[in-house]
Write a protein that binds this ligand. Structure first.
Ligand SMILES: [Zn+2]
Length: 249
């Protein structure tokens, strides 16, 4: 497994690289944004650990550029308490985050969890996106479509709430709570959509469905989260040709 570590703090970069190398990962390092992107292109890493504040291009910009062409798991290094950074990072498609400072044990556990998650589900959709979409009652296929201002507002609000809850649950107990499988935090107990295929929706009892959206698994309630306009139009057309309607015309 190849991991790209991008951080402009040489000491932290070396510490992360040392920890990962000891654990058997092949590590590639970058000290600024443009180098991180170049290494990503040249080396095709299996996972990227990305600092936010870097010269040249920020971690946000690097994450955004990577997401345009790849679903490689991205772990953002964030500063505790900077929740706006988290909201932005996860909004740009980062899969997980780690608050600085962190212990080597936590880093390894979280990276392992992320890689397991990805390999098990072949590019899993990120938990926060699925949970936020469920809360905002927005179908996952709609991400690519144009959301109304009201829907965008609802989604932003849901994402913010979800992140605050997730952060609170991982909180300070994170390094104590991690089990040998590296399960991070307690937030997974609160999932309403993610990982709940065929289980009843907490709102309407309809079975949660799993679909592949943009190459990743996405969990949603087919009843609460209405499909995009195109699907709705198709549904309407189907309705129009039901026997009852045909008899009337
Ligand atoms: Zn539902």
């Amino acid at each position: 497994m190849k991991v790209l570590v991008a951080d402009d703090d040489a000491d932290l970069r070396d510490l992360i690289a040392f920890t990962l190398t000891q654990a058997g990962y092949l590590v590639i390092k970058a000290g600024d944004g443009p180098t991180a992107l170049k290494r990503f292109e040249d080396e095709s890493p299996d996972l990227i650990v990305l600092d936010i504040n870097m010269p040249g291009l920020s971690g946000f910009q690097v994450c955004e550029a990577i997401r345009r062409r790849s679903r490689v798991p991205v772990m953002m290094l964030t500063v505790r308490g900077e929740e706006e950074d988290l909201v932005r990072a996860l909004g740009l498609g980062a899969d997980d985050y780690l608050n600085k400072p962190f212990s080597p044990r936590t880093l390894l556990a979280r990276i392992k969890a992320l890689l397991l998650d990805q390999s098990a589900l072949r590019g899993v959709g990120n938990i926060y996106a699925d949970e936020s979409l469920w809360r905002a009652k927005i179908h996952p296929m709609r991400i690519a479509a144009k959301l109304s201002p009201n829907e965008s507002r609802k989604l932003r609000k849901a994402l913010r709430e979800i992140l605050h809850e997730a952060i609170a649950l991982r909180g300070s107990s994170i390094s104590d709570f991690l089990d040998v499988e590296g399960r991070p935090g307690e937030y997974q107990r609160r999932h309403r959509a993610y990982g709940r295929e065929a289980k009843p929706c907490y709102r309407c009892k309809a079975p949660i469905r799993r679909a592949i959206v943009a190459g990743r698994s996405s969990y949603f309630c087919p009843k609460c989260q209405l499909a995009p306009e195109s699907a709705k139009r198709a549904a309407k057309r189907r309705k129009r040709v039901t026997p009852r309607h045909r008899a009337a015309s």
